[in-house]
Design a protein around this ligand. Structure first.
Ligand SMILES: [Zn+2]
Length: 100
């Protein structure tokens, strides 16, 4: 099992809900103490690794809090994506990370 910290995200606007963006690419590192990406993965690859038992999370730069990242299937467009859990705070929310 490997734990990956997600440090940046690339989003794409999906129809039919143009204002809702979905994450398509993430930058990750296995060194949880730093916020520099070591490699880039598609969301499909992230979900595949999750299925294999790997864990993904974010860390808020100000709060220092971790939030687990889970798989999500969008209820509107059906895309298979990922999101941070509901207990995420503002600065560790997956949607709030820097773009990469
Ligand atoms: Zn959607």
């Amino acid at each position: 099992m490997t734990a990956y910290r997600i440090v940046c995200v690339t989003k794409e606007v999906r129809k039919p809900h143009a204002r809702r963006e979905h994450i398509v690419i993430v930058g990750v590192t296995t060194d949880v103490t730093k916020a520099m990406r070591d490699l880039t993965m598609t969301v499909g690859k992230v979900r595949e690794r999750m299925n294999g038992g790997d864990q993904f999370f974010t860390v808020g730069p100000d709060s220092g809090k971790r939030a687990a990242v889970r798989k999500l299937t969008c209820g509107k467009c059906g895309v298979k994506t990922i999101r941070s859990r509901k207990d995420a705070v503002v600065d560790n929310n997956l949607d709030g990370l820097a773009s990469c």
